[in-house]
Design a protein around this ligand. Structure first.
Ligand SMILES: Nc1ncnc2c1ncn2[C@@H]1O[C@H](COP(=O)(O)OP(=O)(O)O)[C@@H](O)[C@H]1O
Ligand SMILES: [Mg+2]
Length: 259
C-alpha cells in the first residue's frame, strides 16, 4: 500500500481536485483498491466522491478504537468522508491522535492498494498528522507572485516532518495547477520556481480548464466528459499522474508479481 497526501497550506490550489481525480484514475487505470480520506471540514472531495462514501467518517481514524473497514474490490474507490468535527482535532492532544491515526492508516494496508489523503488549507495538526502517516506527498500550487513563499513554507514542513517523525516520507513533486499559458506573470513565477526548486517541480502542468469543475460537480472523472476541454484536461492530468507514479517508484507489474 502507498499512502499519498495531497498538501498545501493554501486553499484553492487544487488539492481536493487532484485527490478526487487521482483516486478515480488509480481505480480505473490501475485496477487499484483506493481509499480516500477527507481531512478537510469543508468536505469538498467528499461531495465529489459522495457515491463512494458510507457511514464511516475520517474523524474516526483519530480515535483509539480501531475502525472496521469492509473488504474492497480491485478498481474501487472508498470514501472516508469529512465532517465538521474534524476542525476540533486542531485542539486535540497530538500525542494521542497522531499515533492513533498513523496506526489506523497503516492497518488499511490489509484492504487497500492506495490511500489518498486530502488535507485542509493550513499548516495545522491534521496536515502534520497526515504527513507523519504518509509515504508520498504531492503539492499542487497555483502560480502567482507569492507562490514561491508558499512553496518554501510547505517544503520546510515536509522536510521537518521527514527528519523528525517520518524518514519514509518522499516528495513526489510540486504540481503547477490552474496554469494560464498566456499570463506573463504566471510564466515568470514558474521560471522563479524552477530556478529555486527545480528538482521538486514536476515537469508537467495542468491548465485552467472549465471541464475540471464541471466534472467534479457531476461527480464523474473528467476523462468521461465528452467535450474538447475535457480531453485536453485529461491529457494534462494523466501526464501529472504518470510522473507521480514514476516518482514514487510504483511499478504495478513488480507489485503484482510479488503478491
Ligand atoms: N485546472 C483547473 N481548471 C479549472 N478549475 C480548477 C482547476 N483545478 C481546480 N479547479 C477549481 O478550483 C477550485 C479550487 O480547487 P480545490 O481542488 O477545491 O482546491 P483546494 O482543495 O486546494 O482548496 C475548485 O472549484 C476546482 O473545481
Ligand atoms: Mg480542498
Amino acid at each position: 500500500m502507498r499512502v499519498v497526501v495531497i498538501s498545501n497550506q493554501k486553499g484553492g490550489v487544487g488539492k481536493s481536485t487532484l485527490a478526487v481525480l487521482f483516486a478515480q484514475w488509480l481505480a480505473a487505470k490501475h485496477a487499484a483498491a483506493v481509499c480516500v480520506i477527507d481531512l478537510d471540514s469543508q468536505c469538498n472531495c467528499s461531495k465529489s466522491l459522495a457515491r463512494f462514501g458510507g457511514e464511516l467518517e475520517a474523524a474516526a481514524l483519530f480515535a483509539v478504537e480501531t475502525v472496521a473497514v469492509a473488504r474492497a474490490a480491485p478498481g474501487s474507490v472508498t470514501l472516508l468522508k469529512g465532517s465538521k468535527r474534524l476542525a476540533d482535532l486542531e485542539l486535540a492532544r497530538a500525542e494521542v491522535v497522531v499515533p492513533a491515526f498513523r496506526r489506523q492508516v497503516a492497518a488499511l494496508g490489509g484492504t487497500y492498494d492506495f490511500v489518498i489523503i486530502d488535507t485542509p488549507p493550513a499548516l495545522g495538526l491534521r496536515m502534520s498528522t497526515a504527513l507523519i502517516a504518509a509515504d508520498v506527498v504531492v503539492c499542487p500550487i497555483e502560480l502567482e507572485e507569492y507562490s514561491i513563499d508558499g512553496v518554501t513554507d510547505m517544503l520546510k514542513t515536509i522536510f521537518g516532518v521527514q527528519k523528525r517523525y517520518n524518514p519514509r516520507l518522499t516528495l513526489a513533486g510540486v504540481v503547477a495547477n490552474r496554469f494560464n499559458p498566456h499570463s506573463l506573470r504566471q510564466k515568470a513565477a514558474l521560471r522563479d520556481l524552477v530556478a529555486n526548486y527545480g528538482e521538486f517541480v514536476l515537469p508537467a502542468k495542468i491548465s485552467t480548464r472549465s471541464a475540471i469543475p464541471e466534472a467534479l460537480a457531476a461527480g464523474m472523472p473528467v476523462w468521461e466528459l465528452s467535450k474538447t476541454s475535457a480531453r485536453e484536461a485529461s491529457e494534462e492530468v494523466f501526464e501529472v499522474f504518470r510522473l507521480i507514479m514514476q516518482r514514487m517508484h510504483y511499478d504495478a507489474a513488480v507489485e503484482e508479481s510479488a503478491t
